[in-house]
Design a protein around this ligand. Structure first.
Ligand code: NAD
Length: 252
């Protein structure tokens, strides 16, 4: 028995990194998965990997800043699998590393468009299908940078992830009566393409290792396991809530 047997999930940014780990884990737990991303080759490879495991997944090209792409992705879930139960708003970009006064308007807009507007558009597109299913679970991937400030020079990223945290609570309250739950996940330092450059610098890598109480960096599976809990019925009384998965970093 899988923890997601009979459920259909749509995951944005699932061609690689955390989203791909979630797609693979969800499929292993019995869900049918629609994988959305801009990276068509990588996304198709995850689709094939899931088929090799005996699961069922469909890759769709999805730019999370496009309402039309979101509508098509939700429609794919309905056409292929007949329903939608789970949405994971995972797609996001990092970057920055400069102070507020050196952050360009273009970079600010791009970051807010993908990380915050993308979650709004995904939620808006999925709600009618989740209502039709009699309820469901939305998991929004924020960050520890959506909870605490940082001297690292990532103002646009912080603003975008803070927006995701409270949009999550707003969605949870508005749709509790529809039996649609909505929660946020706040990863700490996770080894993915997004953190590759930072972690390639030995000093920065050691700095993180020294500051994380559990003494190691996070893996994509650390996050996928938390997302699975929120996506599944194991968390049926959890909504408007947040899970920090950071090895204890912001508990200090
Ligand atoms: P990643 O770069 O490997 O994955 C991000 C994915 O999102 C990629 O597949 C990318 O193609 C996709 N994407 C980017 N823009 C998109 C768009 N416009 N439309 C659709 N897809 C798009 O990085 P990751 O670490 O797996 O990131 C996943 C999420 O976790 C992001 O929201 C990120 O902000 C968040 N996060 C990551 C860390 C970390 O340490 N890696 C920490 C906190 C939060």
């Amino acid at each position: 028995m899988g923890r997601l047997d009979g459920k259909v999930a749509l995951i944005s940014g699932a061609a690689r990194g955390q989203g791909a780990a979630e797609a693979l884990l969800f499929a292993r737990e019995g869900a049918k998965v629609v994988i959305g991303d801009l990276l068509d080759d990588e996304g198709s490879r995850i689709e094939a990997q899931i088929a090799e495991l005996g699961g069922d997944a469909t890759y769709v090209h999805l730019d999370v800043t496009s309402a039309a792409d979101w509508d098509a992705a939700v429609q794919t879930a309905l056409d292929r699998y007949g329903r939608l139960d789970i949405l994971v708003n995972n797609a996001g970009i990092g970057g920055g590393g400069v102070g507020l006064e050196d952050t360009t308007l273009e970079f600010w807009d791009r970051t807010l468009d993908i990380n915050a507007k993308g979650v709004f558009l995904g939620t808006k597109a999925a709600i009618p299908a989740l209502q039709e299913s009699g309820g469901g679970s939305i998991v929004n991937i924020s960050s520890i940078a959506g909870i605490i400030g940082s001297r690292l020079g990532i103002p646009a990223y912080q603003a975008s992830k803070g927006a995701v945290r409270l949009l999550t609570k707003s969605t949870a309250l508005q749709h509790a009566a529809d039996n649609i739950r909505c929660n946020s996940v706040h990863p700490g330092m996770i080894v993915t393409a997004m953190t590759e450059d930072t972690l390639a610098d030995p000093d920065q890598r050691q700095g993180y290792l020294d500051s994380i109480p559990l003494g190691r960096l996070g893996t994509v599976d650390d996050i996928a396991n938390g997302v699975l809990f929120l996506a599944s019925d194991d968390s049926s009384f959890v909504t408007g809530s947040e899970i920090v998965i950071d090895g204890g970093l912001i508990a200090q």
